[in-house]
Design a binder for this molecule. Structure first.
Ligand code: ADP
Length: 243
């Protein structure tokens, strides 16, 4: 059993050198797969996710089709090489649960009423796991859905906050996720001011919770601007091709 390391160093910085309110470096790209209708690559620190979207398309098996809306089918999966120790490729309990959590968060953003009887299939592969994979996957899925041309209420932006050595921190790294006192993933549709996912693992006082939520809002706004840049460049390209 490894001993818990000090998470906040004497100069107030974290193990990866960040200040408590600093995000990890992020990268986002859309249209990374030729065969999918929409796709994306999202990197948050060392966490790396690929998402692929197929649809809207006719639902198979047919009897599962809903008469008034599209069905979202969502799979979150970790590749066997995504963690230090080889992970079994068989979907674990955790992956099944995260697939459901991500589906529910995504569903509130997609205009499913516009596509009765069809399915929208969303696949997320964790290529490398280094904390925050559920949120990076959710953002990757949201970008891939938009890349597929499927109408949404807003793009989803997300970040986890938590508590490490008594300090409220933004965008947990793996040691903080593992050893910290609290972990709270938050996802939003920022322009609508709506939260689509919030979970809390561990303990925070009401004051720390409020401070954490404020920190999450700030992080989400920064991430949302990056998403808009990525999407804008794609749709600018499309306009050029069209003219
Ligand atoms: P999230 O990835 O959304 O933070 P968790 O809170 O369950 O989800 O944190 C799991 C983290 O633990 C992963 O991001 C990864 O960095 C690390 N990890 C290491 N080995 C495994 C494993 N076999 N299965 C899942 N997570 C693992």
């Amino acid at each position: 059993q490894v001993q818990k390391p000090k998470l906040i160093l004497d100069d107030g910085r974290r193990l990866d050198g960040r200040r408590p309110d600093e995000l990890r470096p992020m990268k986002m790209e859309i249209g990374v797969l030729k065969n999918a209708d929409g796709s994306s690559l999202v990197e948050v620190g060392n966490t790396k996710i690929i998402a692929a979207v197929y649809g809207p398309r006719e639902m198979h098996p047919r009897h599962l089709a809903l008469p008034n809306r599209a069905t979202l089918r969502v799979r979150y999966h970790m590749t066997p090489f995504s963690t230090d120790e080889r992970k079994s490729p068989v979907p674990s309990r955790r992956e099944i649960e995260l697939s459901k959590v991500i589906r529910e968060a995504l569903e509130s953003s997609v205009l499913v009423e516009q596509f009765p009887r069809s399915s929208i299939d969303v696949f997320m592969e964790v290529i490398q796991a280094d904390a925050g994979t559920r949120l990076a996957s959710l953002m990757a899925a949201s970008l891939a859905i938009i890349d597929a041309g499927i109408p949404v209420r807003d793009a989803i932006a997300a970040v986890a906050v938590g508590k490490a050595d008594g300090v409220v921190v933004l965008d947990l790294n793996e040691p903080e996720d593992m050893w910290g006192e609290a972990d709270m993933p938050v996802a939003m549709m920022p322009s609508l001011g709506q939260i689509t996912l919030i979970q809390l693992n561990g303990h925070m006082t009401p004051e720390e919770f409020k401070q954490g939520l404020d920190l999450a809002y700030k992080g989400i706004n920064t991430i949302y601007s990056m998403e808009k840049e990525v999407l804008k460049s794609k749709f600018a390209e499309m306009r050029e091709e069209g003219s």
